[in-house]
Design a protein around this ligand. Sequence first.
Ligand SMILES: C[S@@+](CC[C@H](N)C(=O)[O-])C[C@H]1O[C@@H](n2cnc3c(N)ncnc32)[C@H](O)[C@@H]1O
Length: 631
Amino acid sequence: MVHQEISCGLEYAITPDLQMCIAEAIQAKYAFIVTPIIHPRYRRPFLLKNRVGGFTRSDMILSPQDWTTRIVARISPYIDVDANTSVVKRRHEDCLIEELQYCRGVGVPAIMLNIRSKNNVNLARILHTFQETSHHTTYIWACVPMYCASTSEKYKDSEDEDIAYNETWSWWSKFHEYMKWDKRVGVVLEVSADLPSQDVIQRWLGEPVKAIILPTHIFINNKKGYPVLSKAHQSFVTSMVEHDAQVIVSGARRSNMEHYLQYLHRIWQRRTESAHDPMLNFARGWEDYLQTPLQPLSDNLDTHTYNVFEKDPIKYDQYQKAIVSALTELKKKKKVTGKTHLDNQVNAAENNEPVVVMVLGAGRGPLVRATFNAADKTNTNVKVIVVEKNPSAVVVLADQVHGSWRDRDVSLIHGDMRYVNLTPKADIIVSELLGSWADNELSPECLDGASNLLKPGGISIPCQYRSFVTPISSPRLWIAAKMASTGDVRTKEKNLEKLWVVFMRNKHDIADCKPVFTFEHPAKPLKNNDGEDMFDHRGSPMTDNRRDVTITWDVKQDNVMHGFGGYFDCQLFGNETLSIVPATHSPGMISWFPVFIPIKVLSASLLVAFSRNSWVHYCYGYCIRFGMAAM
Ligand SMILES: C[S@@+](CC[C@H](N)C(=O)[O-])C[C@H]1O[C@@H](n2cnc3c(N)ncnc32)[C@H](O)[C@@H]1O
């Protein structure tokens, strides 16, 4: 996705001379043509069995390469295999199968057929069988109008302005459901002269729109006589192309066909020139590609993963600013009180005692560097204690301790932060243990386990983080999760019961993004019956990281919900924050893609209750628990 170029095709309603049509389209620089598979001069006799000979032209008229790269075959529009009378139904089934087989024989990459109602069960059945018996992938493009004139007429007194646009979406959605959300099935939208509300357009952007058809009559001529689109149509076309749609020009010519194409290239070029989103650039090629979340606690990360982390231009800057603020705050407190605000602490500044900063889970050391930079900026004497449990990362850290950091007061501990016992205790602990959904890499467990390393009243960077969810519709992500190859058939069954890290593009947000769980560090200890803080056998405060919450949303229009988008935001210290929540995303930060949280059973009524370490959804009385991170 996020193409450099726009891919355009030309539709011919009839193609008596297919060779000539292709030559003309190529001449005008179109990439492909859409053509009826049946030749207009071949009429089908009713009694197919008595017919001898072809129903269309010989495939010898085109080269195999033209058939497989330049032709989208249109199935005869009159075919209705879901007709009420069985005679018609049977006849149309025969015609459809004949056309499908011919398409398979010539190897066209995509077959386009009209969807004109919600009643498509028999069509879906035939297409299923066709797909299952095909040796190569043929895409099915279901062509629906954006607007249904008869619905508009029927409900002309309705206040719902989108009613005629909603109708055609529901035809497609039902058909896609009958096709079991097959990823080889996409939709082609016939663009209407008037466009629906943004809500309807956004919903289409969550569907696998393979192409949009622009009839020539929706173009207007500019002063020089060239075809152009309204502003609304321009922005519709660009957002569809951004979401991977190709563009098909169709209908009576009002200009040279190359003028339409040149114009489409121009509006796309204008759009790409203004698109400089660092995240989009970074994510190019990863759109809608599902990845299993990292488990940095149970696994050891590899050097390539650290490499990717360290490329982030924003994250470490933010950390550095937060450490500057924390050091400044400590200094201020010391000045005011002559002591730090930390209990039992002698004035470190006066004694020139160093501020102890522990970097917990240091990886290959970027947060250690951020700490030294912050100390230099604030002219603070710091003692840095570096803790890391990954032996390979410890090798890199040790090399720096003896090399570039040899003039610094720094010591390296190889171990798990939850179990090491260190003195002196830290004034500040710095960590980055967050997953895309905040706590899903077990940051709370690790930091609570390490709380005995922090002086009473000490500072944790980050000091707070929150997970967020948005209900989303995305047939593409859902089927990709269901079919994802995990290399192990037993875990494949769990595909819809886990988080997937993914840069989501082909999805529609059904409702707002809402907070789920909040975690604070240092965490507030549990209280006993007398209201006193509780401590474990190591003297660490006892905390409770169990959470549950039920969230409700008001949804404006019909949708099929496939799961949730999961995000987080985080307060490092003071005003310094990190966020991947869409509305507050830290500009330019690339470290985290969001997560897709699929729901297992797609159903009309759904109550979702999130509970930490498991989340639960109830569908018609089923209760499914989902496992999370491994300790
Ligand atoms: C997300 S990485 C961040 C690494 C580094 N701070 C950075 O920003 O590039 C988390 C690091 O914490 C380490 N880690 C996770 N849990 C740990 C634990 N309980 N004790 C020590 N290190 C841990 C992992 O090995 C990994 O290197």
